[in-house]
Write a protein that binds this ligand. Structure first.
Ligand code: AG3
Length: 289
């Protein structure tokens, strides 16, 4: 019989009767911040990982998928992007990918929860080292909604909304008010990338519809693309690509992007085209809003 001296597991509901679990080898931190419940844990398979309000945000094993896909598609559609705003993203993974583009001149990041930043600096150096090493990065601990409300017109070319799901501290980032301000703050050829949740489990589908309805109201072009990430519900998750004039496929500048010479672990420009090709059941969900 197999016995274990220390049988400790992290479990997360992916649906009311479905759970995702991994055995915990280390507990670094568990605390209620002023905004959310934060855990830093470790498992053999996933390495160090962070959860917020009971949902895995990133793991050392698959964060590359998420961070490649939130940042590179937009820069391959508009390689002239120079001014970037990240909303959320306290672990630093998104800033790390954006910072690889040497021509980016302005890189602002507004994270609401300073405890997330501190925890990642301490326990998640693979994503967070950019937070202390990158001179172009201007890290602001504050409310993303208020920041965008107060930002001048046409002050960014790209906004990456690296938020939690549409409940808790992330909820404001899924509102028409927020998207309208993003649109105003973006240049004419600006792009906004946001969370689009999952398409299999009922709760995620609801959130996907919520995210998509609102963004469609504000942006002429509002497309959705997917990626394979094992630690999010069903292993497949989506981002929204919103812009005033660029179509993510017909305006893809694959050759220009290749000139950046970036060695990416998930993203490439072939996959870019495929990621925007959606299964029929997902198209139906999006068309229903
Ligand atoms: N941001 C959160 C993505 C959504 C996670 N949701 C979930 N697992 N239900 C990730 C932060 C990485 N920089």
């Amino acid at each position: 019989m197999l016995t274990k001296a220390n049988d400790m597991w992290y479990s997360e509901y992916h649906d009311y009767d479905v759970k995702f679990s991994t055995e915990i080898t280390e507990v670094f931190l568990q605390e209620q911040t002023p905004f959310q419940y934060l855990q830093m844990l470790k498992s053999d398979t996933f390495g160090t990982f962070m959860t917020l309000d009971g949902y895995i945000q990133l793991t050392e094993m698959d964060e590359f998928v998420y961070h490649d896909m939130i940042s590179h598609p937009a820069l391959a559609v508009n390689p002239s992007i120079k001014r970037v705003l990240i909303i959320g993203g306290g672990d630093g993974g998104t800033a790390r990918e954006v910072a690889r583009y040497k021509h980016i001149s302005k890189l602002d990041m507004v994270e609401i929860d300073g405890a997330v930043v501190d925890a990642c600096i301490k326990y998640m150096p693979t994503t967070s080292s950019v937070l202390t090493n990158e001179p172009r990065l201007n890290l602001i601990i504050g409310d993303g909604l208020a920041f965008v409300r107060d930002a001048p017109d046409n002050s960014y070319d790209l906004i990456l909304v690296d938020s939690t799901d549409p409940f808790g501290p992330g909820e404001d980032l899924f509102t028409v008010e927020f998207y309208k301000n993003c649109s105003r703050v973006l240049s004419e050829d600006g792009i906004l990338i946001n969370q689009h949740e999952g398409a299999f489990y009922e709760g995620d589908v609801l959130q996907m519809k919520k995210a998509h309805t609102k963004i469609k109201e504000v942006f002429t072009i509002a497309r959705v693309y997917g990626f394979n990430i094992p630690t999010y519900a069903s292993g497949y998750w989506y981002f929204g690509f919103a812009s005033k004039k660029y179509d993510p496929i017909s305006d893809l500048k694959a050759d220009k992007w290749a000139e950046f010479g970036l060695d990416t672990k998930y993203y490439n420009t072939e996959l870019h085209k495929g990621a925007f090709a959606l299964p029929n059941y997902v198209k139906k969900i999006l068309e229903s809003v």
